[in-house]
Design a protein around this ligand. Structure first.
Ligand code: ADP
Ligand code: ZN
Length: 657
């Protein structure tokens, strides 16, 4: 992704053996000129005199004509006999017939036949018109070749325009348009990126460690028949270090690294994407073991056939299909591993995620306080700092910043200090740099003010506290107030793997979901718009309880659920107005009592709630351990369940805001 600090970005094959390719162009011009000259030379009849129909009629009447040929049904060529030659070309030596015509006449076929017949009426040996087909190869070839040449020239111009210096050679050469534009970083030649350059992202690093291990020593795994993932999807917002992570995997394993952006596959020419994919994998296999990194894979991997209206997506689809084919095609032991980055895993085609493709996903989130401090550390390595620079403090000043933003802050601070003619970069320079970056970020809407942060912290703490206190609510695993996507905070729960949910369980879940808003109400005395997601979820759940599952006493064991799905298209409700009113009343009754329950729990544990929120403001992330420290162990023992860190991060299990 776009990053200016990247030392690799300067690497580009600028002098892409241009001179050699130029010769190719000159050939085109030479062939063109040759055809022009050829056509003129071959067009031998250029010197023949023109005549008129009247003249020809006269010649025929006088018996001066030896032969008339009608060439290609268009041009009459007239050959004179000895008598005619003497009459019309007295100075020329008489020559044998048929060598070349003496006159020509452009005339339509019909007219020629009629006029010739007319002129020779009643004559003993009338001259007959002889039709001939004659090809002027020069002209004909030109008429074929010229449009082709024009198309090719146009193509060259267009690709040059589009290439605009981007990527390897950027088009330029017509013959390489189907070649992949991947940049290759060779570990011997280029600066190496290693895990040392990647701050934070401990979990992600751990996950990719296995890949590094495999690339370093493939035999160790293949010997036992183990299968190493072919593809790994890095999911996370821009600037969080996905490219960096992929590069560091290559660096750690000391293998070549191919980098390409998904959008590079998509050109205006049909079939280019697919052939680029093919080419990329061919190149990669030659360099195996190696890593292919595809940035912005959503450019080609978006779910197929969802957007019927837009049409014309065949090209993207065929590119995607080619990618899938390639990934299926190479064996697990071929040593090529594809890492792909996206910030939206949800819009990707499910086929990409199938086993043997990108079956592993690693989440790369915005850094928390700790992460930000470490990123500052990494990027301050090369800087000359004054004594008053405190990384911890700077990390606190930059909530919601991505790794790329922090890299930017460091660079900007250095520039500001230089402009002020300082010998080292001071705290104030960093603060000014942060201000400047925040100005840019504000447009992106990801900056949180301190008071907002407090509201979010209490909101999330409200969820955490209520769910901790309710037997059937999902126990909490992790809460953050680091913004993710549109949500300002998030809480992770460990869901039960239950197939059947009781009324009580549903109710407890709703109480926990309303806990966020209830906390705002208790602490600040007012509620905010931040609970939209929660309310939506609760309303749906309450409706489902009443209308689908028959869990409400007033409505009874009735379900208005339509498993055929046809109900969606009919405008008629399957119940009366009176029932509708009753349903509405029941739904609000359920929600209201859940909300009251949430308020009650939080009132009771107001101290704990406050402690939790303060901890959250301070650390930005808290885990179940922190809850235990505040509230003590939950009285209900949850059944032994195994879960991995990786799993809990799956979006299905995530409750946001
Ligand atoms: P992405 O691919 O996720 O958009 P990049 O990997 O291109 O992000 O990151 C852009 C730049 O931001 C990197 O080159 C690096 O300088 C900086 N950066 C991002 N995340 C980190 C991190 N965790 N540690 C150190 N630097 C980082
Ligand atoms: Zn919430």
């Amino acid at each position: 992704m776009a990053d200016n600090q990247n030392p690799f970005n300067n690497f580009q094959d600028k002098n892409n053996n241009k001179p050699k390719k130029k010769i190719g162009f000159y050939w085109v011009y030479i062939i063109l000129v040759a055809f022009f000259i050829g056509s003129i030379v071959f067009n031998g009849s250029g010197s023949v005199k023109e005549t008129t129909m009247t003249e020809l009629s006269k010649m025929l009447r006088d018996g001066d004509v030896a032969k008339i040929e009608l060439v290609n049904g268009r041009t009459a060529e007239i050959y004179l006999n000895d008598q005619g030659m003497r009459k019309y070309f007295p100075n020329e030596k008489p020559h044998s017939f048929g060598s070349s015509p003496n006159y020509k006449l452009n005339v339509s076929e019909d007219r020629l036949y009629t006029k010739v017949d007319e002129a020779q009426q009643g004559m003993a040996n009338p001259i007959e018109v002889i039709p001939v087909e004659r090809h002027n190869w020069g002209v004909e070839v030109i008429s074929w070749v010229l449009p082709l040449v024009l198309i090719v020239v146009f193509w060259i111009i267009v690709t040059r325009r589009m290439g605009g210096g981007a990527g390897m050679g950027g088009g330029g050469q017509i013959f390489s348009i189907g070649k992949s534009k991947a940049q290759l970083y060779d570990q011997e030649k280029d600066t190496k990126t290693t895990f040392k350059d990647v701050a934070g992202l401990e979990e992600a690093k751990e996950e990719v460690m296995e890949i590094v291990d495999f690339l370093k020593n493939p035999k160790k795994y293949t010997r036992l028949g183990g299968k190493i993932p072919k593809g790994v999807l890095l999911v996370g917002p821009p600037g969080t270090g996905k490219t960096l992570l992929a590069k560091s995997v290559a660096g750690e394993a000391n293998v070549p690294f191919f980098s390409i952006s998904g959008s590079d596959f998509v050109e205006m020419f049909v079939g280019v994407g697919a052939s680029r994919v093919r080419d990329l994998f061919k190149q990669a296999k030659e360099k195996s073991p190696c890593i292919i990194f595809i940035d912005e894979i959503d450019a080609i991997g978006r779910a197929r056939g969802k957007n019927i209206m837009s049409g014309g997506n065949d090209e993207r689809e065929s590119t995607l299909n080619q990618l899938l084919t390639e990934m299926d095609g190479f064996g697990t032991n071929s040593g090529v591993i594809v890492l792909a980055a996206t910030n939206r895993a949800d819009i990707l085609d499910k086929a990409l995620m199938r086993a043997g493709r990108f079956d592993r996903q690693i989440y790369v989130e915005l850094p928390d306080l700790n992460g930000r401090r470490e990123i500052f550390e990494v990027h301050m390595r090369g800087l000359k700092l004054a004594g008053d620079v405190d990384k911890e403090f700077l990390a606190k000043q930059t909530p919601g910043f991505s790794g790329a933003d922090i890299a930017n802050v460091c660079n900007e601070a250095a520039l500001i200090a230089a402009r002020r003619n300082k010998n080292s970069i001071e705290k104030q320079d960093f603060l000014d740099a942060i201000d400047r970056i925040v100005g840019g970020l504000e447009k992106k809407n990801s900056v949180i003010t301190q008071s907002e942060k407090k509201v979010i912290a209490f909101h999330e703490a409200g969820h955490a506290t209520t769910s901790w206190m309710l037997e059937h609510a999902h126990p909490l695993v992790k809460v953050t107030i680091v913004p993710r996507g549109k949500a300002l905070g998030a809480a992770w729960y460990l869901p039960d793997e239950r197939q059947i949910t009781t009324k009580e369980q549903m109710f407890h879940e709703m109480v926990a979901t309303l806990g966020g808003r209830a906390a705002e109400q208790i602490i600040f005395g007012k509620i905010s718009t931040g609970a939209l997601n929660d309310l939506e979820k609760v309303s749906k759940q309450a409706h489902a309880m009443v209308m689908y599952y028959g869990l409400d006493e007033t409505i009874g064991n009735v379900s208005y659920y339509d498993s055929t799905g046809q109900q969606e298209y009919s405008f008629q409700k399957p119940f009366s107005e009176k029932t509708a009113e009753k349903i509405d009343a029941e739904v609000s009754k359920i929600i209201e009592s859940a909300y009251q329950e949430a308020l009650r729990i939080l009132q009771e544990h107001k101290d704990g709630l406050t402690q939790l929120a303060e901890k959250l403001i301070d650390k930005e992330v808290i885990f179940s351990d922190d809850l235990v420290a505040i509230f003590g162990e939950r009285p209900w023992k949850t059944e032994e369940r195994s879960f991995s860190r990786h799993k809990e991060d799956q979006p299905e299990n995530t409750t946001i805001a």
